[in-house]
Write a protein that binds this ligand. Structure first.
Ligand code: HEM
Ligand SMILES: *[C@@H]1O[C@H](CO)[C@@H](O)[C@H](O)[C@H]1NC(C)=O
Ligand SMILES: *[C@@H]1O[C@H](CO)[C@@H](O)[C@H](O)[C@H]1NC(C)=O
Ligand SMILES: *[C@@H]1O[C@H](CO)[C@@H](O)[C@H](O)[C@H]1NC(C)=O
Length: 231
C-alpha cells in the first residue's frame, strides 16, 4: 500500500527511519474502523442533544442566533470564529457536560496490580470512569447546580468563553481522561461548531421547536438514555 510505503520512508524529516512494519493492511483497516466507529455516532448523538437544548429553550436559541449573526453574519463560518462565538462554545461545552454520550467511557484493564485511592485493582481487572456522573456530581465540589443546563457556567464576567482545563474544571471530562483520552476531541468540537453555526445560519427565518406530533418524544430532562431519540 502506498501509505505504508510513505510512512516507512520517513515522511517529513527526510532522515532515514525504520519501516513501520506493524502497520499492516489488517491493522490499517481496523484503525480506520475505530475512527469511524468512535467518531460518527458520538458526534451525531451530541448534535441531537444540541438540537434538543436549543429547541427546548427559545432564549438559548435566540442567544445563539444573535451571536452568530453579530460575529459571523451570512458568510461561511470558519474555525477562527470559535474565538468570537463565546456563547456558542459555552453551549457546546455545557451539552457535552450535561448529556455526555459516553457516560461510562471505555473500559480499560489494569496491566499490573494497581491502586486507585484506597481501592486495590488487581492485574487485568476492568475499570470504567463514570464520567457522565462526575460531570453531574452534586457535592458542590465541582459544579453549582449540576442538574441545570446552564451554558453561562463556562463564561466569565465579560461573557468570554472560559475553555475548561484540567486545572480550572477538573471534573469536565467529556472525552475521558488519561493516556487513552479521545483522540478525536479537537475534531469533534470543530465539527460541532461548524455544523451548528451553519445550521442556525441557514434556518434563521424559523424558530426550531419540538414537535411532539411528529412522534418525537424527546425530553431534555431525561437522563436514562444517552440519546434524546429512542431508535
Ligand atoms: C462528541 C464527540 C465525541 C465524544 C464525546 C468522544 C468521547 C470519547 C471517550 C469518552 C473515549 C474513551 C476515553 C477513555 O478511554 O478514557 C473516546 C475514545 C476514542 N475516541 Fe472519541 N469521542 C468523540 C468523538 C470522536 C471522534 C470525532 C473521533 C475520531 C475521528 C474519535 C476517536 C476516538 C478513538 C480512536 C478513541 C480511542 C482512543 C484510545 O483508546 O486510545 N472520537 N472518545
Ligand atoms: C483478563 O480479563 C479478560 C476479561 O476482562 C478475560 O477475557 C481474560 O481471560 C483475562 N486474562 C487473564 C490473563 O486473566
Ligand atoms: C461527588 O464527588 C464527591 C467528592 O469527590 C464524592 O465523594 C461523591 O461520592 C460524588 N457524588 C456522586 C453522586 O457521584
Ligand atoms: C426540566 O427540568 C427543569 C428544572 O427542573 C424544569 O424547569 C423544566 O420545566 C423541565 N422541562 C421539562 C420539559 O419537563
Amino acid at each position: 500500500m502506498a501509505l505504508r510505503d510513505g510512512v516507512g520512508q520517513g515522511v517529513g524529516s527526510g532522515s532515514k527511519q525504520s519501516l513501520a512494519n506493524y502497520l499492516t493492511d489488517d491493522k490499517l483497516g481496523l484503525i480506520v474502523f475505530d475512527l469511524i466507529f468512535a467518531g460518527i455516532d458520538t458526534s451525531y448523538t451530541t448534535f441531537l442533544w444540541l438540537l434538543l437544548f436549543l429547541s427546548s429553550d427559545l432564549m438559548v436559541q435566540k442567544k445563539l442566533r444573535n451571536e452568530i449573526s453579530d460575529k459571523i453574519g451570512d458568510r461561511l463560518p470558519t474555525l477562527d470564529d470559535r474565538h468570537r462565538c463565546h456563547y456558542v462554545m459555552a453551549f457546546i461545552s455545557e451539552t457535552l457536560r450535561f448529556r455526555n454520550v459516553v457516560p461510562v467511557a471505555v473500559p480499560h484493564n489494569a496491566i499490573v496490580d494497581s491502586k486507585i485511592g484506597d481501592y486495590k485493582i488487581p492485574k487485568n481487572m476492568s475499570v470504567c470512569v463514570y464520567q457522565g456522573f462526575i460531570m453531574r456530581n452534586d457535592s458542590n465540589k465541582y459544579w453549582t447546580n449540576p442538574n441545570d443546563f446552564k451554558p453561562e457556567r463556562f463564561l466569565d464576567s465579560d461573557n468570554h468563553y472560559m475553555r475548561p482545563t484540567s486545572r480550572s474544571q477538573p471534573a469536565f471530562i467529556p472525552f475521558g481522561i488519561g493516556r487513552r483520552v479521545c483522540i478525536g476531541e479537537k475534531l469533534a468540537i470543530a465539527d460541532l461548531f461548524l455544523v451548528l453555526t451553519r445550521f442556525l445560519q441557514s434556518t434563521q427565518n424559523y424558530d426550531i421547536v419540538l414537535d411532539s406530533h411528529q412522534g418525537l418524544d424527546a425530553d431534555p430532562n431525561n437522563t436514562d438514555s444517552i440519546s434524546p431519540i429512542n431508535h
